[in-house]
Design a protein around this ligand. Structure first.
Ligand code: TXA
Ligand code: MG
Length: 344
């Protein structure tokens, strides 16, 4: 067990600055600190310090072959980590960074070998959360940061989620309140002539295409039974698993009610995850609302998945969402979190 310091940055400005400097000192001296980004909380360590980065893998129980994203505050710092940047990346940075997008580019070797898990490429992103940016500026070194959850669990969207998973395993936690987007950044392979989405996320395919024309999607993402090996190593692992099994149910509220009724008749305790309109049509005992819009669902999804604990319910039923805009990221995560897909 290590002592995990906790800084609460919703007080006054002067105190915030002091806390950010303390947290930055922890990072630049080789420690691990979790911090909010606009997507999910990240668990940071100095990306140029192999020993520090190793602590991230240990704290999360993360497979060694899964590379980390390097976080920086500016485009200049981003360019200091990579070679051979295609022209379309300038356009993407101009439009979407700071923001929920990660560029996979040829590494120039500045990042520690365990950041890239031995690959020749490195994922780099500029988060837009003011606390993340302040921390990155104060560190003045790239910070490697995966989502700040135990490997296999849903990503953390509040400081309490991080605490639940990692207290006693990391050096610090900067509490900046709930994150905004709620699903992770879009990971884009920018080493080819045409950008390729390796992980759908906060910026949708449609939004990318408005700026750079054609965008491809890693074939391994399109077919669950694909023989293709995903190009983002992290995408091959099951992920986001709640405490109890979750079934993803196609076919809207009527189908959800029918599956619910069957399970209840078998004596099961069932919890529902669905948006408000769906819940209004259901007759169920336990439910968590994910809000109304797809953006609401993205923001509240991981919290919803974490809320149902063993003992509360035997099974979670969640509805499916249209794969448009951020719906692509939502369905990608839900399919990974689900132990069963109930087709219409
Ligand atoms: O929004 C986010 O991206 C959050 C916040 C904290 O920034 N971070 C995050 O990191 O989601 P993580 O480690 O949970 O997911 C990173 C994903 C993994 O699927 C990983 O395999 C992929 O990005 N990735 C990282 N570097 C890569 C590379 N060089 N080539 C291909 N995929 C890479
Ligand atoms: Mg993760």
């Amino acid at each position: 067990m290590i002592e995990t310091k906790r800084w609460n940055v919703d007080t006054n400005k002067e105190q915030n600055e002091r806390m950010i400097i303390e947290a930055a000192n922890e990072l630049t001296s080789g420690g691990t600190v979790a911090f909010p980004t606009e997507t999910v909380y990240g668990l940071g360590a100095d990306a140029t310090n192999e020993e520090a980065v190793a602590k991230i893998f240990k704290a999360k129980g993360r497979p060694q072959d899964n590379p980390l994203i390097a976080h920086v505050a500016t485009k200049e710092q981003l360019m200091q980590l990579v070679n051979d940047v295609p022209a379309y990346v300038d356009k993407l940075i101009e439009t979407f960074s700071p923001g929920p997008i990660t560029y996979v580019l040829t590494s120039n070797g500045t990042s520690a070998a365990n950041v890239t898990a031995g690959l020749s490429t490195v994922g780099v992103r500029i988060p837009s959360h003011p606390v993340a940016l302040a921390l990155l500026r104060a560190c003045n070194t790239p910070i490697a940061a995966p989502s700040a959850n135990l490997s296999g669990k849903p990503s953390p969207t509040t400081a309490d989620h991080v605490w639940e998973d990692l207290a006693g395993r990391i050096n610090g936690l900067v509490d900046g309140g709930p994150t905004g987007v709620g699903v992770e950044s879009t990971v884009v392979d920018c080493t080819q002539d045409i950008p390729i989405i390796l992980r759908p996320g906060g910026i949708s395919k449609e939004e990318l295409e408005e700026v750079v024309g054609t965008v491809m999607v890693d074939p391994a993402l399109l077919h669950a039974d694909s023989k293709e090996k995903p190009k983002a190593p992290g995408m091959k692992y099951r992920h986001y698993s709640p405490d109890v099994p979750m079934w993803l149910v196609e076919g809207g509220s009527a189908r959800l009610q029918a599956v619910y009724d069957e399970l209840v008749a078998e004596g099961k305790q069932v919890g529902i995850l669905a948006n408000r309109n769906t819940l209004e049509k259901l007759e169920v005992q336990q439910s968590i609302s994910l809000g109304e819009s797809l953006e609401d669902v993205a923001a509240s999804l991981y919290d919803g998945l974490r809320k149902y604990k063993q003992g509360d319910v035997d099974i979670i039923l969640c509805e499916t969402y249209p794969q448009i805009g951020i719906g692509q990221a939502i369905m990608n995560r839900l399919k990974k979190a689900a132990s069963r897909y109930v087709e219409e």
